[in-house]
Design a protein. Sequence first.
Length: 256
Amino acid sequence: MYSDERINWWISRSNSIEYQRAYDHISKRIQTTNNGVLIDAGSGPGEIIKRVARNKGYKLVIGIDSSIKMLEYARENLARSKIKASIRKNGFNINPNDQGVILFLEDIIDCKLPKGIADTTIVSFPEATSSGKVTEEDKEMIERAKDIGLDLCPENYNLFFGELRVYRNLIGALKKAGQFSHIKYDIYDGKKSDYMFAQNMQAKMQATLFGAKLELVEFVDSLRIWNDTNEVITSSLPNPDLFKFGYRISQFRKKE
């Protein structure tokens, strides 16, 4: 969970030109449905929810965040766009009659989402790090990841492990043929074609692990967005001019 200082900073940055452009771009990548259900895990200030709640055909839009302060801000932010949202604090519970926008106070890694309830799921900045207890289900997932050759990134294990748990949760929550989108900060040097090849290979293995297929990998240049959480890395690079900084969108389709 983030500190109040970090939450205030994130709320402020979400209103910046570069983030507003990013939210616009990301939202265009989210599919349109007919009375569908969307889950935005780590919904933060509600900017993506604000863009899809009325324009993409969703009957129910669910936001999940571990900060009550952030959820309360998101509710106010949505209200300014005349979108009514309610907050639920006592576990993830929905019923067939729910509609509109509901914001849940939950941890996006440890929250147990029901299987097959959503047409669309999404998780976007910032990344979620897992340092919690490793369950038997987690151990099985890690072994299957090793079996298919997925790089477990030992230097950033908690970050990558958290990412796998989020994938398992959000792809598992999808109906058949549902869409999952993952947006994260990223950086590369060298040829873009080499970078895209490597990311496509990694994403395809992640898709295989959770019963999905890869549909899109896209890198978007934005040094300002990258530097929000990675400025120390940027300043330590020997030749920063050789690098591209920004964010990556990966999209998956659950197999039918």
